[in-house]
Design a binder for this molecule. Sequence first.
Ligand code: 3HC
Length: 307
Amino acid sequence: MTEEKFQKRIDAEQKIEPKDWMPDAYRKHLIRQISQHAHSEVIGMQPEGNWVTRAPSLRAKMILLAKIQDEAGHGLYLYSACETLGISRDELVQQLHDGKAKYSSIFNYPTLNWADMGAVGWLVDGAAIVNQVSLQRTSYGPYSRGMVRICKEESFHQRQGYEIMATMAAGTPEQKQMAQDALNRIWWPSIMMFGPHDADSPRSGNALKWKIKRQTNDELRQSFIDKTVAQAELIGLTIPDPDLKWNEETGHYDFGAMDWDEFWRVVKGDGPCNKQRLDHHKKAHKEGEWVRNAAKAYAKKQELLTV
Ligand code: 3HC
């Protein structure tokens, strides 16, 4: 098949499946994006895992445990979708450990107190929902189907975070201040999860041509901001952006300039927690080697028994 015929399939809204012919560049683009998405899900478990033992109640602990467990599952779906493109899990993990593959920069910020659990669920999972609902229509079959399953669970993640923020905002003045402080620290890194502005997004051209992305970074970012401002106001918190203002003409919120120097500094490895996150992943991966070996040995034995 030629690239021209491939593009006709994309334009005709046909899903591309693992065994279909695809341009090498499409395959590489997908491996890049899906693997970084998977790495984000797994690394994202660390900032929240930090608070399981210090959750304020058994109910809060159970909810946080369930959420973190979901994220591990999201990583599993995404690694599995990525492996259908002809790359192994070991190679993907090695790329992460070698710094050749990234994960979402939001996870390179620390979670300092329980209010951060609220802000992460409300804003980070809230942003992920906007991005992932759009990705349900991505042109690659396994990625699209994985997104449908993930989006069902993501809504619970956002709700539980928002409940924490609403509870603290309605609590003592100190608790409300903790919630506002968490919003102040996590707001800007959350809206940067949507990536650089469209004009500065080197991958968006192909991503949109091949319908890997269905909407642009700025469209999704705007949609997230428009729906989140009212949620903050409802619980009496203030979005930390003095330029945030409803624009009657456009029907959207205008918002302030983002600090892209900080963004690229963190993406390139110089964020508050980059080293900690990667060191922890490497240590956990090493410690888990015996489990992987046991699972492989068991699978081999089962295979032998069934021949
Ligand atoms: N953090 C780290 N890297 C980022 C980034 C961010 N917030 N935003 C963009 N980048 C990287 C891109 O990966 C790309 O790097 P690469 O060329 O080395 O692969 C580069 O910056 C240029 O950005 P582009 O906009 O040109 O790249 P994309 O077209 O890939 O758009 C994206 C970036 C919007 C993140 C897109 O890759 C995407 O939609 N990915 C899938 C969703 C995803 O990965 N979300 C991450 C969070 S998952 C999550 O939050 C889990 C939830 O359960 C909490």
